[in-house]
Structures are given as C-alpha cells and as structure tokens.
Design a protein around this ligand. Structure first.
Ligand code: NAP
Length: 407
C-alpha cells in the first residue's frame, strides 16, 4: 500500500512541532519515529497543500481507496462568557501556537506586562501555559521555544502571579502527576494551593492511583510559601462568569462553586474579581468541520464509528475521539483504523492515487514541499539555532519555502 500525507504547512509533524511544549523535548523526540515512516519508499509527504482549497475531500476520495482525516483539533472551545472578546483574552491554541512557532500565531504579541495572568482550566495545557509563563531564560536551555516568544517571556514580562482557575476541585483536575510535579522544580516560581480547598486526606484513597499522585503534589504545594519571584496560584471551585476592562482585560469575575458527590459543580452566587492583564483560556479544543463530512457538534469531532466516517473515509487522533489523550493514548486508534481500511479495501484496491493527485496539483499550480525539501528546511533551522537549542523554527511559510531553495 502507498500512502500520501498531505499537510497545509511546508513542515511535517503537526502537534509534535507546534503543540507539545518546547521544554518537553523528550516527548517531541517521537518525531524520529515519524521521520522513519516518511523516509520509507511507500510513504510520501506532500506539504504546502491545503485540502479544501487546492484539492477537495471529494476529489481525494475519487483518487484514493482510503482517505484518513488526521486534522487534529486546532480550534479553541469557545469561552462563552461576557467580555471574552476583549483584547488580552487568548485561547490556548493561539498562545501555545505563538510560543511554539506556528505560522498562524507568529504575530500574536500577547500582553505580558502583568502583574496578573489568569489561566482558565485544570488540564495539562493549562499547566503547560502556566509553566511557560513562569520560567526564566536558563530554564529554557535545550528547548526549541522560538525567539519571538523567549525574549518577551523572560526579559520583558512583568507577570508575578499566574492564577489557575479550576471550576471544580482538586479531586477533579485533569492534570497528570508528572506534569504537575514539574512545577515544584521551577527556579523562578512557587506553586501554591490553599489547604482549605483540599478534601480530607482519607478521601484520596477513592481516587485512581494516577490521580492520587497528582493530588499528593497539590498537598505538597499547600505547604509552600511565596519565596520566589512568581507565584502559580491554584484557585479551585472557581468558575469564570465575566471578563471586564476598558478596551483591554483588567479583571475576571469568578463565581465560587461547590462540587457534589458526582463531581458536578454548581455556582454558590458568591463572586469575586481576579485582576489580570492576560487571560489564557485552556478549556479544550474543537476539530474544524469540513463541508460534506459528517460532524458531531457537541463533541467537536467528526461523526465516526471507531474511526470510520463512511466507507473510504476515516479519521484518527483528536479528529476521531475529540481533544483528549496523549500521543500514546491516540496511537492504538491509528492502528485500529489501518485494520478497518484493510478490511474495507480487501483486494479491491484500484484507484489511481499518487499520479492523479500530482496531475491535479500541477494543473492547479500547487507548489508541493516534499520530505526531502523539509530536510533542507530542517537543516536551515538547525543551523540558525541558539547555542543551547536544537533548532530555531521558521515561523513564516515564505521563510520555510525560501529555506528549501537556499539550503
Ligand atoms: P482537558 O484535559 O480536557 O482539560 C480541560 C480543562 O478545562 C478541564 O479542567 C475542564 O474542567 C476545563 N474547562 C472546560 N470548559 C470550561 C469552562 N467553560 N470554564 C472553565 N473551565 C472549563 O484539556 P487540555 O488541557 O486541553 O488537554 C487536552 C489533552 O491533551 C488532554 O488529554 C491532555 O492530557 C493532553 N495533553 C497532554 C500533555 C502532556 O502529557 N504533557 C500536555 C498538554 C496536553 P472540567 O473538568 O470541569 O470540565
């Protein structure tokens, strides 16, 4: 079987490049596995081609025996409260894309003047954002954070307090223990939890082992004191209800909640304000719908049964299951879809595939970036890296294309 991988960017690896945190290089290292796949004879990277503009899903279905949508969930779940459109309120897709060099967000220029920043959500993305906002220059050694983000974050930022708002309690966090534990090792920042928010310790025994470890970190953070430059404050039972400010965010209004035995939060009516100049909303993502492809609006993903949308059309990763799980969690879904495809195609594979796509894209004037081209771009990114970084990413598509030619 031969496989073509289409990407609208001239560079491969999607979330591994622009989603996984730049200071988590060991996770990013999984790209080597993808590189090996891309270098095999029967797989081809077709970069710089936008599906929906240069070629439609229907055309791909006519040309290929199977079309797999691995488009992820790059859109933010909407923060549906008054004032969410004020300047200074940013979704995690944009904020993470900015510090990770995604071309769509290279010009974001988030307001870091401080002193308060609020991060909404209690998942791993919220943790990533809080950590990146709190690190000093030395702590980014070895990372591939792009220089347009590094300098403002470590030299110009006035942020002294990062408040993580969780609408439920410590037992309901969606953070994993390793990521939560990292906060204890930050050089410039202290994580702080209000001991009064923690349930009786005996209740931790009812939690899954992983969650119990996470809560143990929170218990340790409840013993901390403000000894460092920056405080990462966990504010639990705190549901955002409005954002206020004159022409720019100045504060977020939060309602205290209480959580029942089923883990459901309800508002108590008591509200208070958290002053801030930046709000990053980390409340999950959505897969953008594609015209003609069945879509499940409630879950923000393609409507599918175990990865099959229709015969000949499949989805994997977050486009299939919604925005949850790590690379490891999503990997078996990919294998399962391959089995489905093999079942559906049987021995009847017969559509023209690659030559038909090449002819169509040539007729439409597309400028395909191949994996060999990408290796030239990668070489140029490595050549211009800071002394302590693996690469300095190009953040504009034009520069990527130029680097392909120059290398
Ligand atoms: P997530 O784990 O689903 O967490 C979303 C958080 O947002 C939850 O705490 C949720 O609270 C909260 N939330 C949702 N809607 C809200 C609203 N309207 N107001 C206030 N809070 C709201 O999502 P994520 O952090 O985006 O992560 C996505 C996936 O990527 C996860 O599986 C995560 O583990 C993974 N990831 C992993 C890593 C890593 O391994 N290092 C790094 C980043 C992401 P409720 O629980 O109350 O709904």
């Amino acid at each position: 079987m031969r496989v073509d991988i289409l990407d609208r960017l001239p560079v491969p690896y999607g979330l591994i490049r622009t989603g996984v945190a730049p200071d988590h290089q060991s996770i990013k290292g999984v790209y080597k596995r993808y590189e090996a796949v891309n270098l095999s004879d029967n797989v081809r990277f077709v970069g710089n081609v936008t599906v929906g503009e240069e070629v439609s899903i229907a055309e791909l279905q006519d040309m290929y025996d199977a079309v797999v949508l691995a488009t992820g969930a790059p859109n933010d779940a909407p923060l549906d409260i008054e004032g969410a459109d004020l300047p200074g309120v940013i979704g995690s897709a944009a904020f993470v894309g900015w510090y990770n060099g995604h071309p769509d967000y290279a010009r974001l220029n988030p307001p870091l003047f401080g002193p308060g920043a609020v991060v909404i959500g209690n998942g791993n993305v919220a943790l990533d954002v809080a950590r990146i906002l709190s690190k000093g220059r030395d702590e980014f050694a070895g990372s591939d954070i792009v220089h347009h983000a590094l300098d403002p974050l470590v030299s110009e930022s006035g942020i002294k307090r990062v408040t993580l708002l969780g609408r439920r309690g410590p037992h309901q966090i969606a953070m994993t223990p390793k990521e939560l534990g990292e906060l204890a090792h930050l050089q410039r920042a202290t994580p702080l939890v209000d001991a009064a928010d923690l349930p009786d310790e005996a209740e931790d025994m009812m939690l899954e082992p992983g969650q119990r470890k996470s809560v143990a970190h929170l218990r340790a953070y409840a013993q901390g004191t403000e000894t460092k430059d920056v405080v990462i404050e966990f504010d639990f039972f705190a549901r955002p209800v409005a954002i206020e400010g004159k022409g720019h965010v100045e504060r977020i209004i939060v309602e205290r909640t209480q959580v029942d035995a089923d883990g459901k939060a309800t508002g108590t009516g008591e509200t208070y304000a958290v002053p801030c100049s930046l709000i990053v909303s980390c409340i999950g993502y959505r897969t953008p719908p594609i015209e003609g492809v069945p879509y499940e609006t409630g879950r923000g993903r393609f409507a599918n049964s175990d990865g099959r949308i229709l015969e000949g059309l499949y989805c994997v990763g977050w486009a299939r299951r919604g925005p949850s799980g790590t690379i490891g969690t999503n990997r078996p879904d990919g294998f399962a879809v391959v089995d489905l495809i093999a079942e559906d195609i049987g021995s009847g594979a017969g559509k023209p595939g690659r030559p038909a796509l090449d002819a169509l894209l040539e007729a439409r004037g597309s400028d395909i970036v191949t994996f060999r081209d990408w290796k030239k771009i990668e070489e140029a990114e490595q050549a211009r890296a800071r002394h302590d970084a693996p690469r300095e990413k190009f953040v504009h598509v034009d520069d990527m294309i130029k680097a392909r030619g120059e290398a």
